[in-house]
Design a protein around this ligand. Sequence first.
Ligand SMILES: CCCCCCCCCCC/C=C/C(=O)SCCNC(=O)CCNC(=O)[C@H](O)C(C)(C)COP(=O)(O)OP(=O)(O)OC[C@H]1O[C@@H](n2cnc3c(N)ncnc32)[C@H](O)[C@@H]1OP(=O)(O)O
Length: 365
Amino acid sequence: MSRTAMRASEKDFENARNQLKLLMKDPGNEVKLKLYALYKQATEGPCNTPKPSMLDFINKAKWDAWNALGSLPKETARQNYVDLVSSLSPSSESSSQVKPAAANEKQPGSENIIVTSQDGITKIMFNRPTKKNAITTSMYKEIIHALKAASTDNSAITVFTGNGDYYSSGNDLTNFTDVPPNSIEETAKNASILLREFVDAFIDFPKPLVAVINGPAVGIVVTLLGLFDVVYASDKATFHTPFSELGQSPEGCASYTFPKIMGPAKAAEMLIFGKKLTAGEACARGLVTEVFPESTFQKEVWTRLKAYAKLPTNSLRISKELIRSNEKEKLHAVNAEECTVLQGRWLSEECMNALMNFVSRKSKL
Ligand SMILES: CCCCCCCCCCC/C=C/C(=O)SCCNC(=O)CCNC(=O)[C@H](O)C(C)(C)COP(=O)(O)OP(=O)(O)OC[C@H]1O[C@@H](n2cnc3c(N)ncnc32)[C@H](O)[C@@H]1OP(=O)(O)O
């Protein structure tokens, strides 16, 4: 029997929806539009809403895609949706593929996160330079797996860095813009669960964690720095947490770590008012360990890290444990609280308007 002649059951449809959430790779806007249209057709039938205005780019594109399906029967739309999701989910695409690193071995997974291990250092690199290394849902999952693998591999230290001109522009703001209207609350809940697990992986990481900040850093990649042991920055790096502008609130335990690191007044300037810091300012506030001139940054930092990675591994772990262990319980509680607050923020009009402004500023989907 051909695939198109088959009838997808409600269960197949539900499974496909769940499978979609676990996709490691962003399928791109064109496919996401098709999925949206098929989903609407399968659940509501032919397009039944007024056409959005020309300036409402995102909703207009969605409406066009749904309307283009005409009178396609619900059952066929359901089957097409299941087929499309299945074509996006090759069996090889599994987040459990990240394994402990062997020497100089590149880890499998999407190309947006590259994990390598060499000279006693496991390097986790944001590799989405055309999008300023913005972090997609699948990248959050890959990083969690990479950290779990790195915690038991034979490397001495773990280093985060970015490929290209940015360290990372933080959360990919389109993570929240392709959500069907009836799934917004569920998506916010799932995002909150994922964020909590993501930040927990940093809190619990047992080896020295180093950030090599090669360029501007925005949002969650800045807040997380309070959970790193050492932060080296190029003098072209900047540090920006524009949460209020986005209708959001701090995460990554920064509501606790930043006031401890730089004092409450300086922390408030960053976390409430979104003041962007230069690398020098971040160093003066204690968020950055040391700043290097861009021309010698990579050479100096990696030479130093390779030397550190030769130190006795158990001693490194034990010293980190002594420095951090008293705080762990508190950090987990702070993380839980921040995720709960953010879940509410994501459903707010302020946040939705900010996200729409970002996505529509270049007429993108
Ligand atoms: C079930 C759902 C799961 C959800 C997952 C969990 C969610 C956890 C959320 C945790 C909370 C995190 C909060 C944050 O990180 S807040 C910070 C968010 N980031 C930003 O606000 C930055 C937005 N970007 C910009 O302001 C500018 O792009 C930037 C200043 C970074 C660069 O400007 P520039 O003009 O130099 O370059 P472009 O704007 O042209 O950027 C080039 C392309 O990259 C795209 N881009 C950049 N940043 C992002 C981003 N954060 N999200 C999505 N896309 C991004 C940009 O659109 C350009 O793309 P195109 O070339 O296609 O136009």
